[in-house]
Design a protein around this ligand. Structure first.
Ligand code: NDP
Length: 333
């Protein structure tokens, strides 16, 4: 058995040196616990924030303790009345090949409903982030222009498709031609700007949004967001979801002050954390599942094979290596 510890706090971009793979015994489940074999683990941008020793909406990872996150696992031994051997479960669990968990810490999955990996992606945390952030804060209306950054990722690709379902004109921002083609040809985005190639991103966005911007779903922050915010329409709404372009900066970013744009456009910007909507997750997952079944939602997964490649998969998020949800396949069911 093996687990992955955070052994030093990254300064700037994390590297292999910040993590240690450690061999450990397979733990024995106690009463009320199950022994789990990790099948898939999720790497997510928010984990970068937990590697810093700063106050946020989740406490920092502790040094010399395993990193943890969303994991789909199989029950291989049960000392709980709630679970049987062979059950598939999801939970927030340590990055380990095998782990024990209390029966309260995991939830049973039904592999008949949808592929199990979707519980870490489109039907899980990223999908729900897109659903509630866009619909509750963005509130897109038919014919409006919705811009989404990080558009080809797990959250962004779902945001764009939901906005299309709601009848909006959807403009994505992404970092490669492969992603641009995918968003336009597979997901039906109306326009996509490649921010790495655009040169003047504001100009490129202006051409892609001839009627201005009514909703901006912000996954990245920084200069990309400055450019979008300069194109806001009156009463625009901005769900502030993430700031991945800033997560690895060693010094705080200083940019233009955007408040003036918000003021003159009577615009709304609102940060949110998906867990704010926890009481409505059932309803959100049901709707996402229905759209998926009806073929109105599509998704991609970028699956890296092997527990030993977990850190590479995590770092790949900051280099744009993933199209769709980034996962690590650890073992066969
Ligand atoms: P993604 O699947 O979108 O993966 C990250 C993507 O971000 C990369 O593929 C890359 O695509 C893009 N990216 C990386 N670095 C930069 C950069 N410097 N500038 C612009 N784009 C960059 O991840 P998620 O869908 O899981 O998360 C998307 C965002 O949503 C993140 O900011 C995350 O923190 C946030 N989030 C917030 C939640 C909340 O509750 N508020 C919950 C879940 C996620 P490209 O090739 O286009 O650069």
């Amino acid at each position: 058995n093996q687990h992955i510890l955070l052994t030093s706090r990254p300064k700037g971009m994390p590297s292999m040196e910040n993590f240690t793979f450690e061999d450990i015994e397979i733990p024995e489940p106690q009463n009320g616990q199950v022994l789990l074999k990790t099948l898939y683990l999720s790497v997510d941008p928010y984990m970068r924030g937990r590697m810093n020793d700063t106050k946020s909406y989740v406490p920092p990872f502790e040094l010399n303790q395993p990193v943890s996150g969303g994991i789909v696992a199989e029950v291989v031994q049960s000392r709980s009345g709630e679970f049987e051997e062979g059950d598939l479960v999801i939970g927030n669990l340590p990055w380990a090949l095998y782990t024990t968990a209390g029966e309260q810490e995991v939830r049973k999955l039904d592999p008949e409903l949808a592929p199990i990996t979707t519980n870490l992606g489109i039907l899980g945390m990223p999908g729900l982030t897109a659903y509630f952030g866009l619909l509750d804060i963005g509130n897109p209306q038919e014919g409006e222009t919705v811009v989404v950054s990080g558009a080809a990722g797990a959250v962004g690709s779902t945001v764009g498709q939901i906005a299309k379902i709601k009848g909006a004109r959807v403009v994505g921002i992404a970092g490669s031609e492969e992603k641009v083609n995918y968003l336009k040809n597979e997901l039906g985005f109306d326009a996509v700007v490649n921010y790495r190639e655009a040169g003047n991103i504001r100009q490129a966005l202006k051409e892609a949004c001839p009627d201005g911007v009514d909703v901006y779903f912000d996954n990245v922050g920084g200069e990309i967001s400055d450019a979008v915010i300069s194109l806001l329409n009156k009463y625009a709404r901005i769900p502030l979801c993430g700031q991945i372009s800033l997560y690895n900066l060693e010094k705080q970013d200083v940019g233009p002050r955007i408040q003036g744009q918000l003021l003159i456009n009577s615009a709304l910007i609102k940060g949110f954390i998906v867990s704010n909507y926890a009481s409505q997750f059932g309803e959100g997952a049901k709707q996402l599942g229905q759209w998926l079944q009806e073929g109105k939602l599509k998704y991609e997964e970028n699956v890296v094979e092997g527990f030993e490649n977990t850190i590479d998969a995590f770092l790949g998020l900051f280099k744009g290596e993933n199209l769709g949800k980034q996962l690590v396949k650890v073992a066969e069911p």
